[in-house]
Design a protein around this ligand. Sequence first.
Ligand SMILES: NC(=O)c1ccc[n+]([C@@H]2O[C@H](COP(=O)([O-])OP(=O)(O)OC[C@H]3O[C@@H](n4cnc5c(N)ncnc54)[C@H](OP(=O)(O)O)[C@@H]3O)[C@@H](O)[C@H]2O)c1
Length: 327
Amino acid sequence: MSLVVQIDQNGGPEVLKLVEVSVGQPGPGEIRIRHKAIGLNFIDVYQRSGLYTLPMPLKLGMEASGIVEAVGEGVTHLKVGDRAAYASQPPGSYCQERVMPAKCVCKLPDDISFETGAAMMLKGLTAQYLLLKTLPVQGLEKGDFVLFHAAAGGVGLIACQWAKALGLRLIGTAGTDAKCQLALANGAEHCINYSTDDFAVRVKEITGGKGLKVVYDSVGKDTWDKSLDCLRPFGLMATFGNASGAVPPFAPGILGNKGSLYVTRQTLFTHITTRESTQAMADDLFAVVQSGKVKIHIDQQFPLAQVQEAHRALEARQTTGCTILTL
Ligand SMILES: NC(=O)c1ccc[n+]([C@@H]2O[C@H](COP(=O)([O-])OP(=O)(O)OC[C@H]3O[C@@H](n4cnc5c(N)ncnc54)[C@H](OP(=O)(O)O)[C@@H]3O)[C@@H](O)[C@H]2O)c1
């Protein structure tokens, strides 16, 4: 039996309920994993609130670490007793133990703790595909500025450090001066408090009027228009989240008017459809964390039973870095 967080309907954090379920045995291509720690992500909020609609009842959570307890037929990259971590569909990681597809589960290197593994897989693989694979047509070179919104958040703090390691000059945004200080301490070269300052004006000043080759925007509705204004001709708007709400429909003509811009809407799950691509990206993440160039900041921890409080804190913009649920 396993305790698992489930919802029967969309709504606020109060719909999150702990229930007990039986776990069962893994089928072909599956494993059973006993969790040691669980990662919290903003996508969990979208699935809970109903911004992303999924069938009910719904088990939440897409990131965790633990020990492999049983291996189904055809699984060759994991064995019983392995330390492992994952970012994966289907949701259901907010639990003690589960059966799940093995292909996105990676062996966790011995020198990376379970807590770090649980915190970093979804957020770190996202930073990986954004900074290394979601590139403007002009490419990115060392010394280029990039704009990364919500720079003091889970994905954001990883991106600040990884961008610096790649030789990029990251301009962050964040909602308070304290969060800006945190982003600056973690590799951002500039950080704009977008609650008080006009970030498009500041980006123009910082880049000497040139604008940027790429903006990484996970805030969505509130930042969309001004993010487009930060781009130079042929620049890339890489939108990958909706923390402030979904971006409303727009007329493509606006991209022409603002300088023949490109827009892409990326999601991690397209990048990790195969075992090979997942492992290649995870190897990159493990290497940059093991090198010390990227430190995973676990700034909040909540016991699994306090998952409602964890969601409230994340939605209220009270968190920085990563948040985990403990068991
Ligand atoms: N597409 C993908 O593949 C993918 C994968 C992972 C994450 N994401 C997205 O990346 C973003 C970051 O994810 P995360 O889990 O690391 O979360 P997070 O950054 O730790 O938390 C979200 C942050 O967004 C900012 N924000 C701005 N306006 C907000 C609003 N109205 N309500 C709430 N927050 C607001 C807040 O920072 P400030 O207070 O500093 O503004 C908040 O801390 C999310 O939008 C998530 O959906 C996308």
